[in-house]
Design a protein around this ligand. Structure first.
Ligand SMILES: *Cc1c(COP(=O)(O)O)cnc(C)c1O
Length: 379
C-alpha cells in the first residue's frame, strides 16, 4: 500500500473520500498472474473495477477482457477500434469474451457485427443468438461446485454437465459453433478443490463432446482467484502450481486456456482514505461517523460479503468503536468492533485492499457522491 504520508498528502490535495489506485500493484498482480499461469491468457473481468484507466493499463500490458454488458464491451472495444477492420474482427476473440450467459436481444443485435465470442448455458439463449447474433462463437458454461467461496454464483448460472452435449447439439442445429467450455468456481475461492473438481468435470465434458463430433478448442477457467485479504488466504502461487499440473494433464495443447480474473488483479491496488466528520458516545461505546460508507466505497460489505477494517493515521492506544458511514440509514454501518485510537473530527482513516467490487458498486444514495479516484504510479 502507499505510505501514510503519501495518502495524507493526496487527501490534502484532493479532499476526501479519496479512492487511491496504485498502478504498481496492478502491474505486479498482472505479471504474477502471467508468470505463475504461463498457459493462461487473463481476460480481466471489467465489473470488478471498470475505471477506464485500469482498462487502459491492462490493455497495454497485453490483457484481454471479460465483459458482461454493452457499455463494458464499448469500454474495451475503443482500444481495439484503432486497428484495421480485418484485424479488429480477427482480434476480438483474442481480446474480449462476452461472459454473461444471458443477454438481451438488443445487446446481441449490437454485438453481432463484431463476431463476438459469447457464453451461453441454456437453450433459449441459443435461439436468441441464432436470431440476433448469428456471427457469434459460443462458449458453454457449466455449473461447478462453489463450496466455501465468498461469493456464490452456481445458483444463478451454469448448465448441468449432464446436459452439456445436448446444449451443444442445440447450437449445432441452429448453425452455430461451440468453441469451448467455461465455468466459475465462485468469487474469492479459497477452497482450491473447487478448481480441481471443475477441471475434472470439464475434461469429462470434453471427452463426451469429442465422441459426439465436437471439436472444442478452448477452456475458460473463469474467475475466483483469491486476493490476499488476510494471512489465512493460501497463496496464489500454490493454487497456480496445482492448476498448471492439472491443465497439462487434462488439457494439453493445442487446447487454449483462458481465465477471467477480476478481484485478484485489482483488490490490492485500491486504498480508501476517509475523514471523521462526527463523533458520539452511545451505550458507552465511541462512535465515529466518516465521509464514506456502505452506500459508497464500503458497498462491498453488502454486495460482496467482504469486510474492510478501518484504520487510523494517528497512533495511540486503541479501543473497540463503532464506525458509521455518512448517510441517514442505520444499514450504513462499516463496523461495530473497529479498533481505533481516540480520534477527533477531521482526523483521517483508511482501509486497504479495497480495489475490487467497492467503488464499482458505489451509489449516490442520500446525495453522497462516490469517492473521487486518483491514480498513482501510472506509466
Ligand atoms: C464476476 C465474474 C468474474 C470475475 O470474478 P472474480 O472472482 O472477481 O475473479 C469472472 N467471470 C464471470 C463470468 C463473472 O461473473
Amino acid at each position: 500500500m502507499p505510505s501514510l504520508r503519501l495518502l495524507a498528502k493526496l487527501a490534502e490535495e484532493h479532499g476526501t473520500p479519496l479512492f487511491v489506485l496504485d498502478h504498481r500493484e496492478l502491474r505486479r498482480n498482472f505479471s504474477d498472474f502471467r508468470k505463475l499461469l504461463p498457459r493462461v491468457q487473463p481476460y480481466y473481468a471489467v465489473k470488478a473495477n471498470p475505471d477506464p484507466d485500469i482498462v487502459r493499463a491492462f490493455y497495454r500490458m497485453g490483457a484481454s477482457f471479460d465483459v458482461a454488458s454493452w457499455p463494458e464491451f464499448k469500454l474495451v472495444f475503443r482500444h481495439i477500434r484503432s486497428l484495421s477492420e480485418t484485424e479488429q474482427l480477427e482480434y476480438v476473440w483474442n481480446k474480449i469474451i462476452y461472459a454473461h450467459p444471458v443477454k438481451s436481444k438488443e445487446t446481441l443485435e449490437k454485438l453481432d457485427r463484431y463476431k463476438p465470442l459469447v457464453v451461453y448455458d441454456n437453450a433459449a439463449e441459443v435461439r436468441k443468438i441464432r436470431d440476433c447474433a448469428p456471427h457469434a462463437g459460443l462458449v458453454l458454461r457449466i455449473k461447478v461446485a462453489n463450496t466455501g467461496s465468498m461469493v456464490e454464483l452456481a445458483s444463478k448460472f451454469g448448465a448441468m454437465p449432464a446436459e452439456a452435449v445436448t446444449l451443444m447439439d442445440e447450437a449445432r442445429e441452429a448453425g452455430l459453433t461451440v468453441e469451448g467450455l467455461s465455468f466459475h468456481v465462485g468469487s474469492q475461492c479459497t477452497n482450491f478443490d473447487n478448481y480441481l473438481q471443475a477441471l475434472q468435470q470439464s475434461a469429462e465434458v470434453f471427452r463426451e463432446a469429442a465422441a459426439a463430433g465436437f471439436d472444442l478448442k478452448l477452456l475458460d477457467i473463469g474467475g475466483g482467484f483469491p486476493a490476499p485479504y488476510d494471512e489465512h488466504v493460501e497463496s496464489f502461487r500454490s493454487l497456480a502450481r496445482k492448476l498448471n499440473a492439472e491443465l497439462d494433464r487434462l488439457f494439453p495443447p493445442p487446447v487454449e486456456i483462458l481465465a477471467e480474473p477480476g478481484r485478484f488483479l485489482v483488490a490490492t491496488a485500491g486504498t480508501i482514505v476517509a475523514r471523521v466528520i462526527g463523533k458520539a458516545v452511545r451505550d458507552g461505546k465511541k462512535c465515529y461517523y466518516i465521509d464514506d460508507g456502505v452506500y459508497g466505497t464500503y458497498s462491498g460489505a453488502l454486495f460482496d460479503h467482504c469486510r474492510y477494517p478501518v484504520r487510523a493515521f494517528k497512533r495511540g492506544a486503541t479501543e473497540i468503536c463503532a464506525v458509521f458511514g455518512p448517510t441517514c440509514d442505520a444499514l450504513d454501518t462499516i463496523g461495530f468492533a473497529e479498533e481505533l485510537p481516540d480520534l477527533e473530527v477531521d482526523d483521517l482513516v483508511y482501509s486497504v485492499r479495497i480495489g475490487a467490487y467497492s467503488h464499482a458498486t458505489s451509489t449516490r444514495f442520500n446525495g453522497f457522491e462516490p469517492a473521487k479516484v486518483v491514480h498513482i504510479h501510472a506509466d
